[in-house]
Design a protein around this ligand. Structure first.
Ligand code: TLP
Length: 344
């Protein structure tokens, strides 16, 4: 029997339509701006997010780094959540590469930041302090149960930023999951922020690629930062072709992933050694806390792997399961049987 891989939605493979589009894509040198397929993808991404322009980059990590480098100079500060992917999982790249200072505010379990805490973190104009430039939010919030952030909250962040002359960046790696869960167009969520990054290679199943979206002037500056990081790609239309299919054909089915994640969480919540509130699962990410008196996550993950189900340990007593295009209802039923043998 095939293993059920719930480690991440990054494991998704390109669809047949994507492979066909990649094989037949019209190509050119994108560093010269001459790859027509990349231009088509960037135009489509800008249209769908309601932004003036967009730029294809190799990964979500590079997309975020480029955005931070474009908004902030060396010694300047970004305010972001302590659970943010940018802070937690990107090697501190903006500090290491860009000299950008991170100022964290605790994330609420729903992925939001307390706006009073954000306001209190904005630096006064004083030579002792770095200069605050940016507020970064994440939507959906990976480490906060994949919760989607609503447009009203994003607007409140943007209003606060505007009051203080700051910009707002949104790590929207899974922004299409957020839009599907909230049943709103992506443009409603992108509207309040200055820059947005999103990934083609997660729930949308494309093999590679992320987009940075924002104002024309921002994207022009961001292209320079992409180049210096080595992210300028030549016949990138082979990647972009799959990305176009991802945006045209793969967003509508994300609600299935969300339904399966909820079903998984409901099943897990009934198991003795698993702690999870299924009501919190609104998209495709399920974090499960384990009884700290019992076996640690690494051991549980190894046992699950032996039983044909792959999940990722995200803490000493926590693991994560993510649903995606490769997971069907029968996989959820089979996974729950395996979970029950080990966690009940
Ligand atoms: N997240 C990965 C791991 O890095 C944890 C995953 O499996 O979820 N922003 C967010 C919110 C992300 O979840 C990720 C990837 C990224 C950015 C980075 O994207 P890539 O992997 O394309 O660099």
């Amino acid at each position: 029997m095939h293993p059920i891989d719930l480690r991440s939605d990054t494991v998704t493979l390109p669809t047949e339509a994507m492979r066909r589009a990649m094989a037949t894509a019209e190509l050119g040198d994108d560093v010269f701006g001459e790859d027509p397929t990349v231009v088509r993808l960037e135009t489509l991404a800008a249209e769908m997010t309601g932004k003036e322009a967009a730029m294809l980059v190799p990964s979500g990590t590079m997309a975020n780094l480029i955005c931070l480098l474009t908004h902030c100079g060396r010694g300047e500060e970004v305010i972001l959540g302590d659970q943010a992917h940018i802070f937690y999982y990107e090697q501190g790249g903006s500090a290491a590469v860009g000299g950008i200072h991170p100022r964290t505010v605790p994330n609420h379990p729903d992925g939001t930041l307390d706006l009073t805490a954000v306001r209190d973190s904005i630096r006064a104009d004083d030579p002792h302090f770095p200069r605050t430039r940016l507020i970064a939010v994440e939507n959906t919030h990976n480490r906060c149960s994949g919760t989607p952030l609503e447009a009203a909250y994003l607007q409140a962040v943007a209003d606060l930023a505007a009051e203080h002359g700051l910009r707002v960046h949104m790590d929207g790696a899974r922004i299409f999951n957020a839009a599907a869960a909230l049943d709103v167009p992506v443009a409603d969520l992108a509207g309040p922020v200055d820059s947005l990054s999103f990934c083609l290679s997660k729930g949308l199943s494309a093999p590679v690629g992320s987009l940075v979206c924002g104002r024309e002037t921002f994207i022009r500056k961001a292209r320079r930062n992409r180049k210096v990081l080595g992210g300028g790609m030549r016949q990138a239309g082979v990647i972009a072709a799959a990305g176009i299919v991802a945006l045209q054909e793969m967003t509508g089915r994300l609600v299935d992933d969300h339904r399966y994640a909820r079903r998984l969480a409901e099943g897990l919540s009934a198991m003795r050694r698993a702690r999870i509130d299924p009501e919190r699962i609104r998209t495709n990410i399920v974090y499960v806390n384990l009884d700290p008196e019992g076996r640690p996550a690494a051991e549980i993950v190894a046992r699950l792997t032996d039983a044909g189900v792959r999940v990722g340990a995200t803490g000493p007593y926590q693991f994560r399961a993510v649903t995606h295009y490769g997971i069907r209802q029968e996989d959820i039923d089979r996974a729950l049987k395996a979970f029950a043998l080990i966690l009940d």
